[in-house]
Write a protein that binds this ligand. Structure first.
Ligand code: PLZ
Length: 456
Protein backbone atom coordinates (compact mmCIF):
# COMPACT_ATOMS: atom_id res chain seq x y z
CA UNK A 1 0.00 0.00 0.00
CA UNK A 2 1.25 3.49 -0.84
CA UNK A 3 1.40 5.99 1.99
CA UNK A 4 -1.67 8.18 1.88
CA UNK A 5 -1.78 11.90 2.51
CA UNK A 6 -5.50 12.14 2.95
CA UNK A 7 -7.65 9.58 4.70
CA UNK A 8 -9.30 7.02 2.57
CA UNK A 9 -13.00 7.39 3.36
CA UNK A 10 -12.89 4.37 5.63
CA UNK A 11 -10.00 2.58 7.32
CA UNK A 12 -8.98 0.12 9.89
CA UNK A 13 -11.76 -2.35 10.55
CA UNK A 14 -12.05 -4.59 7.52
CA UNK A 15 -14.02 -4.02 4.31
CA UNK A 16 -17.44 -4.91 5.70
CA UNK A 17 -17.17 -2.98 8.87
CA UNK A 18 -15.13 0.07 8.02
CA UNK A 19 -14.90 3.21 10.14
CA UNK A 20 -15.78 6.54 8.48
CA UNK A 21 -12.70 8.78 8.67
CA UNK A 22 -14.55 11.81 9.87
CA UNK A 23 -15.18 13.58 13.17
CA UNK A 24 -18.88 13.14 13.87
CA UNK A 25 -20.74 13.80 17.11
CA UNK A 26 -24.17 12.23 17.48
CA UNK A 27 -24.57 12.89 21.24
CA UNK A 28 -23.07 15.26 23.78
CA UNK A 29 -19.63 14.12 25.01
CA UNK A 30 -19.89 11.97 27.05
CA UNK A 31 -22.98 10.31 25.57
CA UNK A 32 -25.54 8.38 27.64
CA UNK A 33 -23.90 4.96 27.22
CA UNK A 34 -20.53 6.34 28.31
CA UNK A 35 -22.16 8.04 31.30
CA UNK A 36 -23.69 4.74 32.31
CA UNK A 37 -20.38 2.89 31.91
CA UNK A 38 -18.55 5.58 33.89
CA UNK A 39 -20.97 4.99 36.77
CA UNK A 40 -20.24 1.26 36.61
CA UNK A 41 -16.51 2.02 36.43
CA UNK A 42 -16.72 4.10 39.60
CA UNK A 43 -18.48 1.24 41.36
CA UNK A 44 -16.18 -1.53 40.09
CA UNK A 45 -12.74 -0.11 39.23
CA UNK A 46 -10.26 1.14 41.81
CA UNK A 47 -10.40 4.93 42.08
CA UNK A 48 -6.64 5.15 41.52
CA UNK A 49 -7.09 4.20 37.87
CA UNK A 50 -8.06 7.51 36.26
CA UNK A 51 -9.20 8.29 32.71
CA UNK A 52 -8.40 11.25 30.44
CA UNK A 53 -11.89 11.30 28.94
CA UNK A 54 -15.14 9.92 30.41
CA UNK A 55 -15.80 8.20 27.08
CA UNK A 56 -15.77 4.46 26.41
CA UNK A 57 -14.33 3.09 23.17
CA UNK A 58 -16.15 0.64 20.93
CA UNK A 59 -13.96 0.50 17.80
CA UNK A 60 -10.99 2.32 16.33
CA UNK A 61 -9.00 2.56 13.10
CA UNK A 62 -7.28 5.03 10.79
CA UNK A 63 -7.37 8.27 12.78
CA UNK A 64 -10.71 7.68 14.51
CA UNK A 65 -11.94 6.21 17.79
CA UNK A 66 -15.66 5.39 17.77
CA UNK A 67 -17.26 5.53 21.21
CA UNK A 68 -20.09 3.39 22.58
CA UNK A 69 -22.60 6.10 21.63
CA UNK A 70 -21.46 6.15 17.99
CA UNK A 71 -19.45 9.38 18.20
CA UNK A 72 -16.42 9.50 15.88
CA UNK A 73 -13.50 11.10 17.74
CA UNK A 74 -10.23 12.21 16.16
CA UNK A 75 -7.35 10.35 17.83
CA UNK A 76 -4.39 12.58 18.73
CA UNK A 77 -3.25 10.21 21.48
CA UNK A 78 -2.75 6.72 19.99
CA UNK A 79 -3.45 5.28 23.44
CA UNK A 80 -0.32 7.15 24.67
CA UNK A 81 1.91 6.57 21.64
CA UNK A 82 1.05 2.91 21.16
CA UNK A 83 -1.03 2.53 17.99
CA UNK A 84 1.56 4.21 15.76
CA UNK A 85 0.68 1.90 12.85
CA UNK A 86 -3.03 2.56 13.44
CA UNK A 87 -5.54 0.91 15.71
CA UNK A 88 -6.49 -2.62 14.69
CA UNK A 89 -4.09 -2.17 11.75
CA UNK A 90 -4.92 -4.74 9.06
CA UNK A 91 -1.58 -6.61 9.13
CA UNK A 92 -1.64 -6.73 12.94
CA UNK A 93 -5.21 -8.04 13.05
CA UNK A 94 -4.38 -10.68 10.49
CA UNK A 95 -1.22 -11.88 12.20
CA UNK A 96 -2.84 -12.03 15.63
CA UNK A 97 -5.84 -13.92 14.28
CA UNK A 98 -3.57 -16.51 12.72
CA UNK A 99 -1.50 -16.83 15.90
CA UNK A 100 -4.46 -17.05 18.28
CA UNK A 101 -5.73 -20.06 16.40
CA UNK A 102 -2.32 -21.78 16.43
CA UNK A 103 -1.46 -21.35 20.12
CA UNK A 104 -1.88 -18.58 22.67
CA UNK A 105 0.94 -19.32 25.10
CA UNK A 106 3.56 -21.89 25.91
CA UNK A 107 5.97 -19.65 27.87
CA UNK A 108 9.18 -18.97 25.97
CA UNK A 109 11.17 -20.26 28.94
CA UNK A 110 9.39 -23.64 28.71
CA UNK A 111 8.94 -24.47 25.01
CA UNK A 112 10.16 -21.56 22.89
CA UNK A 113 8.67 -20.46 19.56
CA UNK A 114 10.04 -18.75 16.46
CA UNK A 115 8.05 -15.48 16.77
CA UNK A 116 10.03 -14.42 19.83
CA UNK A 117 13.33 -15.05 18.05
CA UNK A 118 12.12 -13.17 14.95
CA UNK A 119 11.16 -10.12 17.02
CA UNK A 120 14.63 -10.15 18.63
CA UNK A 121 16.23 -10.42 15.18
CA UNK A 122 14.15 -7.46 13.98
CA UNK A 123 15.10 -5.40 17.05
CA UNK A 124 18.77 -6.23 16.64
CA UNK A 125 18.55 -5.12 13.00
CA UNK A 126 16.52 -1.92 13.53
CA UNK A 127 17.99 -0.37 16.69
CA UNK A 128 20.89 2.09 16.31
CA UNK A 129 24.37 0.70 15.64
CA UNK A 130 25.60 -2.30 13.67
CA UNK A 131 27.46 -4.04 16.50
CA UNK A 132 26.57 -7.54 17.70
CA UNK A 133 23.31 -7.33 19.67
CA UNK A 134 20.97 -9.46 21.74
CA UNK A 135 17.40 -8.77 22.86
CA UNK A 136 15.04 -9.97 25.57
CA UNK A 137 11.27 -9.49 25.61
CA UNK A 138 8.96 -8.40 28.41
CA UNK A 139 5.40 -7.07 28.82
CA UNK A 140 5.44 -3.41 29.80
CA UNK A 141 7.74 -0.45 29.42
CA UNK A 142 8.42 -0.37 33.15
CA UNK A 143 9.33 -4.06 33.21
CA UNK A 144 11.79 -3.55 30.36
CA UNK A 145 13.38 -0.53 32.08
CA UNK A 146 13.85 -2.66 35.21
CA UNK A 147 15.52 -5.35 33.13
CA UNK A 148 17.83 -2.85 31.44
CA UNK A 149 19.00 -1.85 34.91
CA UNK A 150 19.47 -5.51 35.87
CA UNK A 151 21.58 -6.07 32.76
CA UNK A 152 23.66 -2.93 33.37
CA UNK A 153 24.31 -3.95 36.98
CA UNK A 154 25.22 -7.51 36.00
CA UNK A 155 27.62 -6.18 33.37
CA UNK A 156 29.30 -3.43 35.41
CA UNK A 157 28.93 -4.91 38.90
CA UNK A 158 28.13 -1.38 40.04
CA UNK A 159 24.93 -0.31 41.83
CA UNK A 160 23.97 3.25 40.89
CA UNK A 161 21.58 4.49 38.22
CA UNK A 162 21.37 8.08 36.97
CA UNK A 163 18.15 9.49 35.54
CA UNK A 164 17.12 13.04 34.68
CA UNK A 165 14.84 15.79 35.85
CA UNK A 166 11.35 15.47 34.34
CA UNK A 167 12.11 11.83 33.46
CA UNK A 168 9.41 9.16 33.29
CA UNK A 169 10.22 5.46 33.37
CA UNK A 170 7.18 3.73 34.89
CA UNK A 171 5.15 2.89 37.97
CA UNK A 172 6.85 -0.20 39.46
CA UNK A 173 8.98 0.29 42.56
CA UNK A 174 12.32 0.77 40.81
CA UNK A 175 10.81 2.82 37.98
CA UNK A 176 8.85 5.02 40.41
CA UNK A 177 12.22 5.88 41.91
CA UNK A 178 13.46 6.68 38.40
CA UNK A 179 10.40 8.79 37.52
CA UNK A 180 10.70 12.44 38.54
CA UNK A 181 7.15 13.62 39.12
CA UNK A 182 5.60 12.97 42.52
CA UNK A 183 1.90 13.54 41.76
CA UNK A 184 0.30 11.31 40.60
CA UNK A 185 3.03 8.71 40.07
CA UNK A 186 4.83 8.43 43.42
CA UNK A 187 3.07 10.38 46.13
CA UNK A 188 2.29 8.11 49.07
CA UNK A 189 3.80 5.01 47.44
CA UNK A 190 7.31 5.06 48.91
CA UNK A 191 9.77 4.01 50.14
CA UNK A 192 11.44 3.79 46.76
CA UNK A 193 14.35 1.76 45.45
CA UNK A 194 17.84 2.90 46.46
CA UNK A 195 20.79 4.01 44.33
CA UNK A 196 18.80 6.17 41.89
CA UNK A 197 20.23 9.67 41.33
CA UNK A 198 18.81 12.56 39.30
CA UNK A 199 20.79 14.86 37.04
CA UNK A 200 19.72 18.15 35.42
CA UNK A 201 18.35 17.90 31.89
CA UNK A 202 18.79 20.06 28.82
CA UNK A 203 15.48 21.99 28.59
CA UNK A 204 15.99 24.65 25.92
CA UNK A 205 12.90 26.74 26.80
CA UNK A 206 13.99 27.04 30.42
CA UNK A 207 17.79 26.88 30.18
CA UNK A 208 18.44 30.54 29.42
CA UNK A 209 20.42 29.83 26.26
CA UNK A 210 22.58 27.00 27.64
CA UNK A 211 23.62 24.87 24.65
CA UNK A 212 23.67 21.06 24.55
CA UNK A 213 27.36 20.69 25.38
CA UNK A 214 27.12 23.06 28.35
CA UNK A 215 23.96 21.36 29.62
CA UNK A 216 25.76 18.01 29.38
CA UNK A 217 28.72 19.41 31.37
CA UNK A 218 26.28 20.61 34.03
CA UNK A 219 24.73 17.12 34.27
CA UNK A 220 28.09 15.33 34.26
CA UNK A 221 29.38 17.61 37.03
CA UNK A 222 26.45 16.52 39.21
CA UNK A 223 27.04 12.85 38.40
CA UNK A 224 30.78 13.01 39.02
CA UNK A 225 30.49 14.84 42.33
CA UNK A 226 27.36 13.20 43.75
CA UNK A 227 27.59 9.63 42.42
CA UNK A 228 31.05 8.96 40.95
CA UNK A 229 31.53 7.05 37.72
CA UNK A 230 33.06 4.10 39.58
CA UNK A 231 29.74 3.48 41.35
CA UNK A 232 27.56 4.00 38.33
CA UNK A 233 26.03 1.12 36.36
CA UNK A 234 23.82 3.06 33.96
CA UNK A 235 22.58 6.41 32.76
CA UNK A 236 18.96 6.03 31.64
CA UNK A 237 17.47 8.78 29.50
CA UNK A 238 14.52 9.38 27.19
CA UNK A 239 15.99 10.90 24.00
CA UNK A 240 12.87 13.07 23.82
CA UNK A 241 11.15 13.20 27.17
CA UNK A 242 7.58 11.96 27.10
CA UNK A 243 5.42 12.35 30.18
CA UNK A 244 7.82 15.04 31.47
CA UNK A 245 6.77 17.45 28.71
CA UNK A 246 7.97 16.35 25.25
CA UNK A 247 11.28 18.05 25.94
CA UNK A 248 13.80 17.81 23.11
CA UNK A 249 17.29 18.35 24.55
CA UNK A 250 19.51 20.91 22.83
CA UNK A 251 21.65 19.45 20.01
CA UNK A 252 24.81 17.88 21.35
CA UNK A 253 23.41 17.03 24.78
CA UNK A 254 22.71 13.33 24.14
CA UNK A 255 25.95 12.67 22.24
CA UNK A 256 27.99 14.28 25.04
CA UNK A 257 26.29 12.21 27.74
CA UNK A 258 26.75 9.04 25.66
CA UNK A 259 30.45 9.85 25.09
CA UNK A 260 31.00 10.41 28.81
CA UNK A 261 29.36 7.04 29.56
CA UNK A 262 31.58 5.29 27.04
CA UNK A 263 34.69 6.86 28.52
CA UNK A 264 33.79 5.70 32.04
CA UNK A 265 32.41 2.24 31.36
CA UNK A 266 28.88 3.35 32.26
CA UNK A 267 26.04 1.69 30.34
CA UNK A 268 24.14 4.30 28.31
CA UNK A 269 20.48 3.26 28.20
CA UNK A 270 18.03 4.98 25.86
CA UNK A 271 14.45 4.66 27.09
CA UNK A 272 12.74 4.72 23.68
CA UNK A 273 9.46 3.38 25.07
CA UNK A 274 7.53 6.44 23.86
CA UNK A 275 9.87 7.64 21.08
CA UNK A 276 10.58 4.34 19.32
CA UNK A 277 9.23 2.80 16.13
CA UNK A 278 8.86 5.71 13.70
CA UNK A 279 7.14 7.99 16.21
CA UNK A 280 9.69 10.83 15.96
CA UNK A 281 10.31 10.67 12.21
CA UNK A 282 13.19 8.23 12.60
CA UNK A 283 12.96 4.57 13.53
CA UNK A 284 14.42 5.56 16.92
CA UNK A 285 14.85 9.06 18.36
CA UNK A 286 18.56 8.41 19.01
CA UNK A 287 19.00 8.20 15.22
CA UNK A 288 18.43 11.98 14.90
CA UNK A 289 21.84 12.64 16.42
CA UNK A 290 23.50 9.35 15.46
CA UNK A 291 23.67 8.38 19.11
CA UNK A 292 24.30 4.65 19.54
CA UNK A 293 23.10 3.54 22.98
CA UNK A 294 24.50 0.49 24.71
CA UNK A 295 20.96 -0.64 25.56
CA UNK A 296 17.67 0.45 24.02
CA UNK A 297 14.38 -0.04 25.85
CA UNK A 298 11.28 -0.33 23.65
CA UNK A 299 7.55 -0.93 24.21
CA UNK A 300 4.34 0.91 23.18
CA UNK A 301 4.63 1.30 19.37
CA UNK A 302 6.45 -2.01 19.01
CA UNK A 303 3.34 -4.19 18.70
CA UNK A 304 0.39 -2.17 17.40
CA UNK A 305 -1.45 -2.24 20.73
CA UNK A 306 -0.56 -5.64 22.16
CA UNK A 307 1.49 -5.59 25.35
CA UNK A 308 5.14 -6.15 24.51
CA UNK A 309 8.44 -4.56 25.51
CA UNK A 310 12.09 -5.26 24.95
CA UNK A 311 15.66 -4.56 25.92
CA UNK A 312 18.13 -4.65 23.04
CA UNK A 313 21.83 -4.05 23.36
CA UNK A 314 25.46 -4.96 23.02
CA UNK A 315 25.82 -8.73 23.10
CA UNK A 316 28.52 -8.71 25.78
CA UNK A 317 26.33 -6.59 28.09
CA UNK A 318 23.06 -8.43 27.43
CA UNK A 319 24.82 -11.76 28.00
CA UNK A 320 26.27 -10.64 31.34
CA UNK A 321 23.16 -11.86 33.18
CA UNK A 322 23.42 -15.56 34.08
CA UNK A 323 21.21 -18.15 32.33
CA UNK A 324 17.76 -17.98 33.90
CA UNK A 325 18.42 -14.47 35.27
CA UNK A 326 16.05 -12.75 32.84
CA UNK A 327 12.50 -13.73 31.99
CA UNK A 328 8.91 -13.88 33.17
CA UNK A 329 5.83 -15.97 32.44
CA UNK A 330 4.41 -13.81 29.66
CA UNK A 331 7.45 -11.97 28.31
CA UNK A 332 7.31 -12.15 24.52
CA UNK A 333 3.84 -13.67 24.44
CA UNK A 334 3.24 -15.26 21.01
CA UNK A 335 0.27 -13.00 20.15
CA UNK A 336 2.30 -9.92 21.01
CA UNK A 337 5.24 -11.20 18.95
CA UNK A 338 3.01 -11.85 15.94
CA UNK A 339 1.61 -8.33 16.34
CA UNK A 340 5.11 -6.84 16.59
CA UNK A 341 6.32 -8.51 13.41
CA UNK A 342 3.22 -7.23 11.61
CA UNK A 343 3.63 -3.73 13.06
CA UNK A 344 7.27 -3.58 11.96
CA UNK A 345 6.28 -4.81 8.50
CA UNK A 346 3.61 -2.09 8.38
CA UNK A 347 6.11 0.64 9.33
CA UNK A 348 8.49 -0.47 6.60
CA UNK A 349 5.93 -1.26 3.86
CA UNK A 350 3.91 1.91 4.36
CA UNK A 351 6.84 4.30 4.78
CA UNK A 352 5.66 5.41 8.22
CA UNK A 353 8.98 6.99 9.21
CA UNK A 354 8.55 9.43 6.33
CA UNK A 355 4.87 9.83 7.18
CA UNK A 356 5.81 10.91 10.72
CA UNK A 357 7.96 13.67 9.20
CA UNK A 358 5.06 14.80 7.03
CA UNK A 359 2.86 14.95 10.13
CA UNK A 360 5.54 17.10 11.79
CA UNK A 361 5.65 19.54 8.86
CA UNK A 362 1.87 19.89 8.69
CA UNK A 363 1.30 20.18 12.43
CA UNK A 364 4.27 22.43 13.22
CA UNK A 365 3.14 24.95 10.58
CA UNK A 366 -0.29 25.10 12.20
CA UNK A 367 1.09 25.20 15.75
CA UNK A 368 3.57 27.96 14.91
CA UNK A 369 0.69 29.96 13.42
CA UNK A 370 -1.20 29.43 16.67
CA UNK A 371 1.85 30.56 18.64
CA UNK A 372 2.12 33.73 16.53
CA UNK A 373 -1.50 34.52 17.36
CA UNK A 374 -1.40 33.56 21.04
CA UNK A 375 1.41 34.61 23.41
CA UNK A 376 0.31 31.93 25.88
CA UNK A 377 1.86 29.33 23.57
CA UNK A 378 5.37 29.57 25.01
CA UNK A 379 6.93 26.82 22.93
CA UNK A 380 6.17 24.56 19.98
CA UNK A 381 8.40 21.49 20.02
CA UNK A 382 8.85 17.80 19.39
CA UNK A 383 9.84 15.56 16.53
CA UNK A 384 7.80 13.71 13.95
CA UNK A 385 4.37 12.77 15.23
CA UNK A 386 5.43 13.49 18.83
CA UNK A 387 4.67 17.19 19.14
CA UNK A 388 3.61 19.57 21.88
CA UNK A 389 2.86 23.12 22.87
CA UNK A 390 3.96 24.37 26.29
CA UNK A 391 1.52 26.90 27.72
CA UNK A 392 2.64 29.83 29.88
CA UNK A 393 1.28 33.04 31.29
CA UNK A 394 1.75 35.48 28.39
CA UNK A 395 5.13 37.19 28.39
CA UNK A 396 6.56 34.92 31.13
CA UNK A 397 7.78 31.35 31.53
CA UNK A 398 5.25 30.67 34.28
CA UNK A 399 3.49 27.36 33.50
CA UNK A 400 -0.25 27.63 32.84
CA UNK A 401 -1.69 24.21 33.66
CA UNK A 402 -5.22 25.58 33.97
CA UNK A 403 -5.16 26.70 30.33
CA UNK A 404 -3.87 23.30 29.18
CA UNK A 405 -6.71 21.64 31.04
CA UNK A 406 -9.27 24.09 29.70
CA UNK A 407 -8.20 23.65 26.08
CA UNK A 408 -7.97 19.85 26.40
CA UNK A 409 -11.45 19.67 27.92
CA UNK A 410 -12.88 21.89 25.18
CA UNK A 411 -11.25 19.70 22.51
CA UNK A 412 -12.62 16.56 24.15
CA UNK A 413 -16.12 18.05 24.10
CA UNK A 414 -15.72 18.69 20.35
CA UNK A 415 -14.56 15.14 19.66
CA UNK A 416 -10.76 15.43 19.66
CA UNK A 417 -8.75 13.11 21.90
CA UNK A 418 -5.81 15.14 23.16
CA UNK A 419 -3.51 14.53 26.13
CA UNK A 420 -1.60 16.80 28.48
CA UNK A 421 1.80 16.18 30.06
CA UNK A 422 4.70 17.99 31.72
CA UNK A 423 6.01 18.26 35.24
CA UNK A 424 3.67 21.25 35.67
CA UNK A 425 0.81 19.78 33.59
CA UNK A 426 0.99 22.75 31.21
CA UNK A 427 1.87 20.91 28.00
CA UNK A 428 -0.62 19.79 25.34
CA UNK A 429 0.84 16.86 23.46
CA UNK A 430 -0.02 15.35 20.11
CA UNK A 431 0.61 11.70 19.26
CA UNK A 432 -1.58 10.86 16.27
CA UNK A 433 -1.49 7.38 14.78
CA UNK A 434 0.46 7.46 11.52
CA UNK A 435 -2.60 6.02 9.77
CA UNK A 436 -4.39 9.36 10.22
CA UNK A 437 -5.09 11.51 7.16
CA UNK A 438 -4.12 15.17 6.70
CA UNK A 439 -7.79 16.18 6.62
CA UNK A 440 -8.37 14.80 10.13
CA UNK A 441 -5.22 16.54 11.39
CA UNK A 442 -6.43 19.86 9.98
CA UNK A 443 -9.89 19.35 11.47
CA UNK A 444 -8.38 18.59 14.89
CA UNK A 445 -6.14 21.67 14.69
CA UNK A 446 -9.17 23.81 13.75
CA UNK A 447 -10.84 22.54 16.93
CA UNK A 448 -7.73 23.42 18.96
CA UNK A 449 -7.50 26.89 17.39
CA UNK A 450 -11.13 27.51 18.32
CA UNK A 451 -10.56 26.20 21.85
CA UNK A 452 -7.66 28.63 22.34
CA UNK A 453 -9.67 31.50 20.84
CA UNK A 454 -12.59 30.79 23.18
CA UNK A 455 -10.33 31.25 26.22
CA UNK A 456 -8.86 34.60 25.09
N1 PLZ B 1 9.28 4.87 29.71
C1 PLZ B 1 9.52 6.84 28.29
O1 PLZ B 1 6.68 6.91 28.30
C2 PLZ B 1 5.01 5.00 29.67
C3 PLZ B 1 2.57 6.20 31.05
C4 PLZ B 1 1.16 6.41 31.28
P1 PLZ B 1 4.56 1.15 30.71
N2 PLZ B 1 4.37 6.23 29.39
C5 PLZ B 1 2.94 6.29 29.61
C6 PLZ B 1 0.81 6.30 32.73
O2 PLZ B 1 0.30 7.30 33.28
O3 PLZ B 1 1.01 5.21 33.32
C7 PLZ B 1 6.51 4.96 29.67
C8 PLZ B 1 7.28 5.92 28.98
C9 PLZ B 1 8.67 5.84 29.02
C10 PLZ B 1 8.58 3.93 30.37
C11 PLZ B 1 7.18 3.95 30.36
C12 PLZ B 1 6.46 2.87 31.11
O4 PLZ B 1 5.79 2.05 30.20
O5 PLZ B 1 4.28 0.26 29.55
O6 PLZ B 1 3.44 2.10 31.04
O7 PLZ B 1 5.05 0.40 31.90
Amino acid sequence: MEPTHTSSPTQGAGPHDAIAQQRRLVTAIPGPRSVELMARKSAAVAAGVGTTMPVFAARAGGGIVVDVDGNHLIDLGSGIAVTTVGNAAPRVVDAVQRQVEAFTHTCFMVTPYAGYVEVCEALNRLTPGDHDKRSALFNSGAEAVENAVKVARAHTRRPAVVVFEHGYHGRTNLTMAMTAKSMPYKSGFGPFAAEVYRAPLSYPLRDGGLDGAAAARRAIEVVETQVGAGNLAAVVIEPVQGEGGFIVPAPGFLPAIAAWCREHGVVFVADEVQTGFARTGAMFACDHEQVVPDLVVTAKGIAGGLPLSAVTGRAEMMDAAHVGGLGGTYGGNPLACAAALAAIETIEAEGLVARAREVETLMKARLHALQAADPRVGDVRGRGAMLAVELVVAGTLEPDAALAKQVATAAHREGVIVLTCGTHGNVLRFLPPLSIGDDLLHDALDVLDAAFAATR
